[in-house]
Design a protein around this ligand. Sequence first.
Ligand code: SAM
Length: 221
Amino acid sequence: MSFKKSLLVLVTGVSLTSLGIAGCTTQQRDFEAEAQSPTLTGQTETTQVQTPTATPTTQPQERPGDVPYVPTPEAVVDAMLEVAKVGKDDVLYDLGSGDGRIVNTAAQKYGTRGVGIDINPERIQEANANAQKAGVTDRVQFIQQDLFNTDFSEATVVTLYLLPDINLKLRPKLLRELKPGTRIVSHAFDMGDWKPQQTLTVDGRQVYYWVVPEEVPANLK
Ligand SMILES: C[S@@+](CC[C@H](N)C(=O)[O-])C[C@H]1O[C@@H](n2cnc3c(N)ncnc32)[C@H](O)[C@@H]1O
């Protein structure tokens, strides 16, 4: 092959290869763009592409709550955890957990495993965000659920900030399902005929403390 012919073959080969690469890259770019497009993914234009995260999901609220959201002041949270002597071997359930402060504080200060139950999805989202900030997501869980339909039998400590009639409605379930020796702490409201073992006043607020007995008196069931 003459030098001229060899040069022609070389130039043509390089051009075709370049075109192939360019074509392939363009095609790939077009495909990626198409894959992201709303028509292919079935998303509307306002929907964000979902990336897998550890953030738990919530559902619409099943019914209105029995108690409005009012957070327990931090000093009272501390006193509730102290009176119950929570530790790293405890499993603490906060029934109506709000922004998760009782569960998250127990996990952060004492290494306690905690479960927060709240009927309101906004509270669950807040509680999870607060758990992230506190660095306790490995020890806590927030579940969107009606506390009257919750199995809390694994608890060794239960905390409450509800209302007097809700405490009374919950009392038979607490006494039926919790193990003897489980500690219960309530901010602000007592449980009628079930007399507390201790009552504290913290910054003008009442804190009540009970321990589930081996034998539940008939009048409390
Ligand atoms: C007074 S706040 C207490 C929040 C938190 N425990 C604290 O002490 O800071 C009561 C919480 O109970 C929740 N709640 C009300 N009724 C409920 C129900 N039936 N089941 C679960 N949560 C409920 C409310 O959404 C609210 O967050």
